[in-house]
Write a protein that binds this ligand. Structure first.
Ligand code: MN
Length: 140
């Protein structure tokens, strides 16, 4: 069992950083529209640089002038299991056990792309076709 974190990041553009503990770091993807519990939503997830594990508990403000300046809050966190696949294979099936995100998800790298993935909820008891993402922070 490993941890996952979703940061709500009010940078120049609001996005959600989806982070998975893997190989001693937080593998990270920026998800512009945020994760969804609706299997109909295919959320673009752009792979960004790894972060250190302890960044998973970070909340606060990244100062003006620094990369990603703006406020950061934990939107969700919990544990996950990699059911199958791997980053190198461009496809992973994950079982998330968070407060908001629960159940099975698939991540697939888009054909011909290096950093662009899709994050999609699988149909299961936690799927919610009416899911609407609510943010925890007010825009700065
Ligand atoms: Mn970010």
């Amino acid at each position: 069992m490993s941890i996952f974190v979703v940061h709500e990041h009010h940078a120049r553009q609001l996005h959600f950083d989806f982070r998975l503990e893997m190989d001693g770091v937080l593998k990270s993807w920026a998800v512009p529209k945020g994760p969804s519990l609706s299997p109909a939503d295919k959320r673009l997830a752009i792979m960004v640089e790894d972060h250190q594990l302890d960044y998973g508990s970070f909340e606060g403000t990244i100062p003006e002038g620094d990369y990603g300046a703006g406020s950061v809050a934990i939107w969700d966190r919990g544990t996950y299991e990699l059911l199958n696949g791997a980053i190198a294979a461009g496809k992973m099936e994950l079982q998330l056990n968070g407060n908001k995100l629960r159940g099975a998800f698939v991540m697939t790298r888009m054909k011909g792309k290096d950093k662009e993935w899709l994050l999609i909820k699988k149909k299961d008891a936690y799927a919610d076709p009416l899911f609407r993402l609510e943010t925890v922070l007010k825009a700065r």
